[in-house]
Design a protein around this ligand. Structure first.
Ligand code: NAD
Length: 387
């Protein structure tokens, strides 16, 4: 196996920047022992096998530029770890704006927010044609939170072009039964929704929640507060755009709790925009519980990470799993990779189970995964999950 994996990207923001940098970073370290990856080789594919063949954005500083330059254009602010990127020959194209630009952004300095281009927006047939002509095998969605219409637009384009779809954002596609069925019927794989980070707030909060469950400690109250200074956090100041993000992040924790935590007793979400933090995200978790003899306890944790590279390695694995599914003719939502890599998958598993099932998927034990899915359905259901 091996060979190029051709992807298209919608939204050339900080996350796409880290992904593009990461592909080059690991290409240049081909012969060293690489640090920071969950899988160097995944089913015969390495990170440097990924090639971006088409990209769409709406920002005047990105549209019309080579992808290698656009990923460093304002308002992208993630700290570069691979400054030298060879020209790709891929020019960022002007997608339709739809709801990708939040009006409150206009009140903030241009260097901090999206500045929509006045170039003519591509129509759906034009985007589909670009996807087809580029040879893209899957479309990776990196639009801002709240881009419901724009995400549906790109999902339609993927269906029309006959390519896979990886939905990294909290708009429900893979976890929406109607969309999932449409991908299945079209014979195409879909992974989503809302990518997890390598070591981010969600995975840490979930592991701790699972630990409380295993150790018999009842969770009485918990919060997860997040601050950051990138355009994703600026965009999320508009609370109306946040409803699916909040559901996605909250359900990621609820789904591994021993029993559902009352709504008033769990608060998980982006909490404030602090411009000087740029792409540094700081997360504060507090968990209050009751242990042996009904004795109370509490835990406080602070996590500081560069937000965008934190999810790029996970995206690299999701892309390679999508390619494996294409190689194998597997269609519809990829349950194990979705549960492993995303906060709001169609089926929630504990992280241990999701990891185990994903390794089985990668190794091609497809039938075993299907059987395991059934056994999970039959009795080993994760408490509170939506299997
Ligand atoms: N660790 C992480 O950073 C992480 C984790 C989970 C989910 N996500 C999600 O991934 C998404 C991308 O995050 P980011 O930090 O790169 O955000 P960003 O704001 O840096 O990038 C979004 C990009 O989309 C572009 N865009 C807006 N509307 C568009 C349209 N209609 N068509 C094409 N492009 C459009 C913007 O101009 C911008 O370049 C967000 O929804 C974020 O919540 C990120």
């Amino acid at each position: 196996m091996g060979g190029n994996i051709r992807i298209a990207i919608a939204g050339v923001g900080n996350c796409a920047s880290s992904l593009v940098q990461g592909i080059q970073f690991y290409r240049e370290r081909r012969d060293c022992e690489p640090v920071g990856l969950m899988h160097l080789d995944l089913g015969g594919y390495r990170p440097e096998d990924i090639e971006v063949v088409a990209a769409f954005d709406i920002d005047s500083r990105k549209v019309g530029r080579d992808l290698a330059k656009a990923v460093f254009a304002e308002p992208n602010c993630t700290e570069p770890f691979q400054r030298d990127l060879p020209e790709t020959g891929v020019l960022v194209q002007m997608g339709p704006v739809l709801d990708g630009f939040a009006p409150h952004m206009a009140e903030h300095p241009k260097r901090r927010r999206c500045v929509p281009s006045d170039q003519t927006e591509l129509s759906q047939p034009e985007v589909v044609q670009i996807l087809r002509e580029s040879g893209a095998e899957m479309l990776v969605n990196y639009l801002p939170v709240g881009s419901e219409a724009a995400t549906r637009f790109y999902a339609e384009c993927a269906l029309e072009a006959g390519i896979g779809f990886i939905n990294n954002i909290p708009v429900f596609i893979a976890s929406d039964p109607v969309w999932a069925m449409r991908f299945e019927e079209r014979g195409l794989p879909v992974i989503g929704d809302d990518i997890k980070s390598q070591l981010g707030a969600t995975i840490v909060h979930r592991m701790l929640t699972d630990l409380f469950r295993r150790r018999g400690v009842r969770i009485d109250r918990t919060y997860q507060l997040n601050t950051g200074g990138n355009s994703d956090f600026l965009n999320m100041l508009d609370r109306k755009r946040l409803s699916s993000k909040k559901i996605s992040k909250t359900e990621a924790v609820q789904s591994v709790a021993a029993s559902r935590i009352e709504d008033d007793n769990i608060h998980v979400g982006p909490s404030d925009y602090v411009p000087w933090q740029n792409d540094n995200k700081v997360c504060f978790i507090r968990m209050e519980g009751t242990m042996f003899g009904e004795v109370p306890m509490n835990l406080e944790l602070r996590l500081s990470v560069e937000d965008s590279p934190n999810s790029a390695g996970v995206a690299i694995d999701a892309i390679r799993c999508c390619r494996l599914a294409l190689d194998r003719g597997q269609a519809g939502p990829l349950h194990a990779p979705a549960a492993c890599f995303c906060k709001h998958p169609p089926r929630q598993y504990t992280d241990d189970e999701a990891y185990r099932l994903t390794e089985a998927f990668i190794n091609g034990w497809v039938h075993r995964v299907e059987n395991e899915d059934k056994s999970v359905d039959a009795g080993h259901k994760v408490p509170g999950s939506a299997l």
